[in-house]
Design a binder for this molecule. Structure first.
Ligand code: ATP
Length: 353
């Protein structure tokens, strides 16, 4: 079969059936992904799940054992890194300490022998775009973490790559700055309209930045979709928990729903299993003083945790976690009605039998 079949030149970045083993570790186990041109795509997963290995294979820094990589409709599987229209921003930024910020950004263009006027034009444009113009003459050690991170981005973007790979580029920043940079990065990507592929183990980062994300586990893609889609409809308990807080309720199939430790819960669909798990996010559980029409649970608040934007309540039977707004304080000991509405209950694929 012609490996380029069905591919057109406007296509983005495609990984097909990629496998990679290190000794007896299966770092990538048949990974297939399709990133559209101009998309912000994130590889999300716990440490060791294979994210960086996949990124390095896309960059041409590592060779896959089997499988193919296509970019812009071309098979680039065997193409050396230098020949790919791909640039990487590493976790460590890898700036040259002895060069000024200007020269750090200009480096790639100089080594590709661009004329001086073109280098100046391109570097100044990136300096301005990333709000670094005032730092051009400084050296990396004279910058903050966030500024260094922006220099690393500018240095990659100055080469105008079709695809920008970002390997945990925000991990060295403190939490507040990281939240700021995530939004900046999202805005920058929209402005540039280029393909960004981000590697992270931080679910909040993935939700903020991505058009689509792939959740990885043990070398495999478990689920791929928009942040809303994956958050709202996790496939299994791993994805449900990795993307945020989730109540996972073991249950047995019953007519019209499931039987749980709290009693019967009506569902909108029939589960495919006999014994399994349903999930509900803490913010989707209704809380009130009157018994709801369906799926009501009488519960007692055992603990309350203040989080600034909201309260997390822990309740028995359960434990169930419920998220209420920060002006809705319900003290431990109070009895309430919980509503686990059928449309909010997600049937997970996990089977317990
Ligand atoms: P992290 O978030 O910790 O960087 P990751 O999801 O990026 O993790 P990878 O770095 O891709 O994971 O590693 C996947 C698996 O392959 C791990 O078990 C890792 O130990 C192993 N591995 C990666 N590179 C090598 C290598 N060069 N030699 C041996 N094993 C490796």
């Amino acid at each position: 079969m012609n490996p380029n079949q069905n591919l057109t030149t406007d296509q983005g970045l495609i990984a097909k059936h990629v496998c990679k083993t290190f000794g007896d570790v299966k770092a990538l186990d048949d990974v297939t992904l399709d990133v559209s041109p101009g998309e912000f795509f994130t590889l999300l997963g716990p440490s060791g799940c294979g994210k960086t290995t996949l990124l390095r294979i896309i960059a041409g820094l590592e060779l896959a054992d089997s499988g193919r990589i296509y970019s812009g409709g071309k098979d680039i599987t065997g193409l050396p890194a230098i020949k790919r229209q791909v640039n990487t921003v590493f976790q460590s930024y890898a700036l040259f300490p002895h060069l000024t910020i200007y020269e750090n950004i200009a480096f790639g263009l100089r080594s590709r022998k661009f004329p001086e006027a073109e280098i100046k034009k391109r570097v100044e444009r990136r300096l301005e775009m990333l709000d670094l113009s005032a730092m051009a003459r400084r050296h990396p050690h004279q910058l903050s973490g966030g500024q260094k991170q922006r220099v690393a981005l500018a240095r990659a973007l100055v080469n105008e790559p079709d695809v920008l790979l970002l390997d945990e580029p925000m991990s060295a920043l403190d939490a507040r700055l990281r939240a700021q940079v995530q939004e900046d990065l999202r805005r920058l990507q929209r402005k540039l309209g280029r393909t960004f592929i981000l590697v992270t183990h931080d679910q909040a980062e993935a939700l903020v930045c991505s058009d689509r994300l792939a959740v990885m586990r043990q070398g495999r893609v478990v689920q791929c979709g928009t942040p809303e889609d994956v958050y709202d409809n996790p496939r299994d308990s791993f994805v449900a928990k990795f993307l945020g807080a989730a109540n996972l309720i073991p249950c047995t199939k019953a007519p019209g729903g499931v039987q749980t430790a709290f009693g019967f819960l009506a569902l909108e669909k029939e589960p495919a299993w006999q014994e399994g798990t349903v999930a509900i996010r803490p913010e989707w559980i209704g809380i009130g003083d009157t018994e709801p029409e369906r799926n009501g649970i009488r519960a007692r608040v055992t603990e309350i945790v203040y989080r600034g934007t909201n309260f997390d309540l822990w309740l028995e039977p359960g434990p169930l976690r419920v998220r209420t707004s920060s002006y809705r304080r319900i003290d431990p000991g109070r009895e309430v009605w919980l509503e686990l509405a059928p449309k909010e209950l997600v049937i997970l694929e996990d089977e317990t039998r």
